[in-house]
Design a protein around this ligand. Structure first.
Ligand SMILES: [Zn+2]
Length: 288
């Protein structure tokens, strides 16, 4: 996945290493249609302690008298069986399974992480990556993906089957790149909070999203609380494309409200269309 961020990205090697490790742990604990976090906690002898800890942290991994404990803050909305709680536990398991994190915590070189958690920290990004692969392990995810409808319907179904949030399932869907797509998250005031492009989209030249959702498009309709399964629009109305680029690739626009946080939009085309667009962009850039 190509992340639009000013942060130094994790190296490809490191990403692959964490993805493979987390997937193998998740696959070994797969029960029914999802990963059993209890099984992992039991196997590793980690205690889970859930309580109201105020607004200090989501989760915390601590080392006490030769044993690891995960503290889960219910005040922050973390119920162990909920998608949010499961992600928080999986994130803390990332700190446990990744050698450098676990050693630093057990040797007290790194304080327990939750209180200081800053999502920009490399260790936090590594634990998030671990969590998403642990909960959506590669083989199981690829298997399910083939059986599902394309687009947001498929993402919602994935989130239900794997017991993860829609955002988590959507990010994983994008990273798989089976369907070239882009994700945009807008605040309730319609400001773009973040945007991501799948690798194929990025390679085809997509870099930027139009600031305002297009009128009567799926995003606009969701903001107006109107029903919409999906709408379609040519790329140039959804993305900022290079000047003089007339590639009229059609995109599907699908959106969903994520509670009070904002609206998530999935923009997808198909590979055939993107290939033709990539050729148009290539010609333009090589002639500059
Ligand atoms: Zn953390």
């Amino acid at each position: 996945m190509t992340i639009r961020s000013k942060l130094t990205p994790l190296s490809t090697h490191r990403v692959r290493e964490i993805e493979e490790y987390a997937s193998s742990v998740g696959e070994a604990a797969f029960e029914g249609a999802s990963v059993s976090l209890n099984k992992i906690l039991n196997n590793e002898g980690i205690d889970l302690y859930c309580d109201d800890f105020g607004d200090d942290f989501e989760g915390l991994l601590e080392f006490h008298e030769d044993a690891f404990i995960i503290f889960l803050n219910t005040a922050a909305g973390n119920i162990p069986t909920s998608p949010r709680g499961r992600f928080t536990i999986a994130h803390e398991l990332g700190h446990f399974f990744i050698d450098e994190h676990r050693l630093a915590i057990s040797q007290q070189r790194m304080p327990s992480l939750g209180e200081y958690a800053n999502e920009d920290l490399e260790i936090e990004r590594e634990a998030d990556l671990f969590a998403s692969r642990l909960l959506l392990p590669s083989n199981e995810f690829a298997k399910k993906l083939k059986q599902l409808p394309e687009g947001l319907k498929g993402v919602i179904s994935l989130s239900q089957q794997f017991k993860v949030s829609i955002k988590c399932a959507a990010l994983r869907y994008l990273s798989e790149d089976q369907v070239p797509c882009s994700l945009v998250f807008r605040s309730p005031k319609k400001q773009i909070k973040w945007k991501l492009f799948s690798k194929k989209m990025w390679n085809a030249g997509f870099r930027s999203i139009i600031a305002e959702p297009i009128a009567r498009g799926a995003t606009d309709l969701v903001f107006k609380d109107e029903e919409s399964e999906w709408t379609t629009a040519p790329a140039k109305y959804l993305f900022r494309l290079p000047d003089n680029c007339h590639a009229n690739v059609i995109f599907f626009e699908e959106s969903i409200k994520l509670g009070d946080y904002g609206v998530l939009t999935l923009l997808r085309s198909n590979e055939e269309h993107l290939t033709s667009l990539a050729e148009v962009l290539d010609k333009r850039w090589s002639s500059v």
